[in-house]
Design a protein around this ligand. Structure first.
Ligand code: BGC
Length: 503
């Protein structure tokens, strides 16, 4: 046989294999199309992606400070360089384009544009970096979805109390948001003020796991949330008053929760599951939709605070004016979803004053749910459909719900991830498709986390979620597609999870 023919035959064989995903298809995967205008995209965050931690005038964020002053990261695995996205705009927009996605959610590093956090010191080079990224996305028909804060406040602000300092953080954030609207608002349609405020506040100021880990159990998470929600509402109103008429964008906040369902049929476990969802998701959604914290949260924290000997609730309350400002301060709803939990009712574990005891629910995960690389994360696809229905039932879906993050963690440099990560996206998306077509929920987009491996916070790159592997040992930080990249490209371009779909 002609040697060239053998090569052509080999190429044809490997190409068709690479595009054959049928080994993961199963009977219960939805074969319905996603709606035509449904946005498939990717999500990322500045600290995890950019590197260039002190380049071109950038100031340190709280994570940069941790990387240089603590041993909280695995040795050498932090965001100083990370995947080096700051220097790879062309290459990475090329990857997004090749992946066929219609949207890209990324975050702006506050300390890159305002190195000291305050508006009197603007870093033009930082502003230019995002201007260029946004222009290149738009030139390739990729809709930017911009997060203003993904856990990385400027360290200087943290040194003055950060999210616990009302008179500092609220106006500083509003000035920062205003600068972003002014600079990018003509090109950005989708804004998110904060990413996962539960993590910022509970992880940062209550139980740890998120920088700055300045922990004040029983008080930290609540004071942080009070300030963060005020900052969100004021930024939203600035947009309403000064920019909406000319820019016509949509603003929200990116909220996360695992799906939580009762561990047994008992009424108490059902009560526990609902209470926990309200403390995790309702904590943020209820203020921006209805103007105040969920009733159950107000009641419980107040009742426990009085019992503990305080003369008022540890959860600060909003004034009527603040409630008005908060109410309706969203243009779409969001959900970052990864995993699920089962809830068992417990009646006041112990008397320690803290946020977890205010909730008093025991969360577990059954051993027969697949365990991923992150200890908190087991796979439970039906949770995707249920959490979306829960959000619609509690907060409505008139303005649409975007799945702003979803992804799968594994270890190391495994490129053969169709069976794991590919299957994960397929099964979660199948449930999301059922939420849309069977339950009639208005879900309008899905952002996979993430297009490349990045800095998984304090787990470095031991744990990763990307569709492209990054060689962190090479100065070039070479990106190599995994099997999941090909499957997600198929989904994003055909809006169908299997080989052919029906309407
Ligand atoms: C965060 C991401 C993170 C992902 C996986 C989300 O909670 O927004 O920054 O990488 O979870 O842990």
């Amino acid at each position: 046989m002609d040697f060239r023919l053998v090569i052509i035959f080999f190429i044809a064989l490997t190409t068709s294999r690479a595009d054959d995903f049928s080994s993961i298809y199963s009977d219960d995967v939805s074969n319905k199309y996603f709606p035509e205008n449904f946005l498939f995209g990717y999500a990322s965050a500045a600290y995890q992606y950019e590197g260039a931690w002190d380049e071109d005038g950038k100031g340190p964020s709280v994570w940069d400070w941790d990387a240089h002053n603590t041993n909280w990261f695995p040795v050498g695995q932090n965001g100083d360089i990370g995947p080096d996205g700051y220097h790879k705009t062309d290459e990475d927009v090329g990857i997004l384009k090749a992946q066929g996605v219609q949207a890209y959610r990324f975050s702006i590093a506050w300390s890159r544009v305002l190195p000291t956090g305050l508006i009197d010191n603007i870093n033009q080079k930082g502003l230019d970096y995002y201007k260029d990224l946004i222009a290149k996305l738009k030139a390739n028909n990729i809709e930017p979805l911009v997060t203003m804060h993904h856990w990385d406040i400027p360290r200087v602000l943290e040194e003055q109390g950060g999210f616990l300092n009302t008179s500092l953080i609220v106006p500083a954030f509003v000035d920062y948001a205003t600068l972003l609207f002014k600079t990018y608002g003509n090109d950005v349609k989708y804004w998110a003020t904060f990413n996962e405020p539960k993590q910022t506040c509970a992880g940062g100021y209550e139980w740890g796991g998120i920088s700055p880990q300045n922990l004040h159990p029983g008080f930290g998470a609540y004071l942080c949330s009070y300030n963060l929600l005020k900052a969100h509402a004021k930024a939203y109103r600035v947009y309403d008053e000064q920019f909406r008429a000319s820019q016509n964008g949509f603003i929200s906040m990116v909220i996360d929760t695992p799906w939580i369902e009762p561990a047994t049929d008992s009424a108490l476990d059902a009560e526990a599951a609902e209470r926990n969802l309200q403390f995790f998701y309702g904590w943020w959604a209820n203020p921006i939709v209805n103007g105040d914290y969920p009733e159950i949260m107000k009641e419980r924290v107040r009742e426990r605070s009085l019992r503990e000997g305080y003369n008022r609730s540890r959860l600060p309350s909003f004034t009527d004016e603040e409630k008005q400002e908060l109410k309706g301060s969203y243009d779409y709803l969001t959900i970052n979803m990864y995993t699920s939990n089962l809830a068992t009712y417990i009646n006041d574990v112990d008397n320690a004053v803290n946020f977890a005891n205010d909730i008093s629910v025991l969360l577990t995960q059954p051993a027969d749910w697949e365990q991923t690389a992150a200890d908190w994360f087991r796979v439970y696809p039906p949770g995707a459909r249920r959490v979306i229905n829960w959000i619609r039932d509690r907060f409505g879906d008139e303005k649409g719900i975007i799945v702003t993050e979803n992804g799968y963690t594994d270890f190391g440099n495994n490129l053969q991830d169709l069976d794991t990560r590919g299957r994960y996206h397929m099964n979660y998306l199948s449930n999301i498709n059922d939420a849309i077509h069977v339950d009639g929920v208005n879900v309008t987009g899905y952002m996979a986390w993430s297009f490349i491996n990045d800095v998984e916070w304090y787990a470095g790159w031991i744990v990763n979620l990307g569709h492209y592997y990054v060689d962190f040992d090479s100065p070039a930080r070479t990106r190599t597609p995994k099997e999941s990249a090909a499957y997600y490209r198929k989904i994003a371009t055909t809006k169908c999870l299997v080989d052919s779909c029906v309407n």
